[in-house]
Design a protein around this ligand. Structure first.
Ligand code: NAD
Length: 257
């Protein structure tokens, strides 16, 4: 068991990659707090984890609200006695997030509030709990678009993920000597509910697939396994880095035929 004795808090864990990671982390021995703004499907996930012999609990929290994030961290510490893994995974991709000129201020604010401010708030309230627990690992979810421009514009999303990556580096340096590691996880396009609409359109699907050398979209399990490594002590020398798990997108100038 790679996370035995650890308490892991995962935001946005009611669905998508967060939920897959919650199940995997629990199977690897962590006590898991599933935090999400939505409760949909959570009861079933908790039952599944518990009947497999794991331990997990739900905390309702909107990561863009300071008081809710503070309460979420307090819940983890009170329920499971500490915090060792903080996985800031919650994020949105808004259908009206487009070009620089067309995107409205309201969409910009909403995307930045959840995707960037939400990660900062997670760190702001989570770091004291990690220190109190003797140190730990922070995993902040960015994206491959933190490293290169998206071919189809999504200005707020791209800016938010670039912010997550640079903020993570700074946090890593700030806390490197206090037992906290912080890394950004940069997935390529993964088949989760976040991209479901977009990928259900054959043209938009093909438009993106052409950029992926490996020739397919990723699965949530493939990202959860990378997160598991970052969460565990196996990655003990890794901090301030971007772990890119993208099927080769960022390595390619042109993709093979
Ligand atoms: N799917 C992809 O292709 C892809 C690629 C790169 C990065 N990412 C990032 O990975 C992370 C997870 O994405 P996913 O594909 O699993 O998404 P998803 O939409 O399947 O799941 C996201 C979860 O976050 C929750 N959430 C949304 N707003 C929230 C808020 N304000 N507070 C708390 N929870 C909230 C949702 O309820 C949902 O359960 C996101 O940060 C996303 O930007 C996704």
């Amino acid at each position: 068991m790679r996370l035995k004795g650890k308490v892991a808090l995962i935001t946005g864990a009611a669905g998508g990659m967060g939920l897959t990671a919650a199940k995997l982390f629990a199977a690897e021995g962590a006590k898991v707090v599933i935090a999400d703004v939505s409760e949909r499907g959570v009861e079933r996930a908790l039952q599944e984890i518990r009947s497999a012999g794991g331990d997990a609990a739900f905390s309702r929290a909107d990561v863009s609200k300071a008081a809710e994030v503070e309460a979420m961290v307090r819940f983890a510490v009170e329920r499971f006695g500490g915090l060792h893994v903080l996985y800031n995974n919650a994020g949105i991709f808004h259908a009206d997030d487009g070009g620089t000129v067309e995107t409205t201020e309201a969409i910009w604010d909403r995307v930045i509030d959840i995707n960037l401010k939400g990660v900062w708030l997670g760190c702001k309230y989570g770091i004291p709990a990690l220190i109190q627990s003797g140190g730990g690992s922070i995993i902040n979810v960015a994206s491959f678009v933190a490293l290169m421009g998206a071919a189809t514009p999504q200005i707020a999303y791209t800016a938010s993920k670039g912010g997550v990556l640079s903020m993570t580096r700074e946090i890593a340096i700030e806390y490197a000597r206090r037992g906290i590691r912080a890394n950004a996880l940069c997935p390529g396009p993964i088949e989760t509910p976040l991209l479901a609409d977009l990928l259900s359109d054959p043209q938009r699907r093909a438009r993106r697939l052409v950029h992926i050398p490996i020739g397919r979209f990723g699965q949530a399990e493939e990202i959860a396994r990378a997160a598991l490594w970052l969460a565990s002590d196996e990655s003990s020398l890794m901090t301030g880095s971007a772990l890119v798990v993208d099927g080769g997108i960022t390595a390619a100038y042109v993709t093979p035929e």
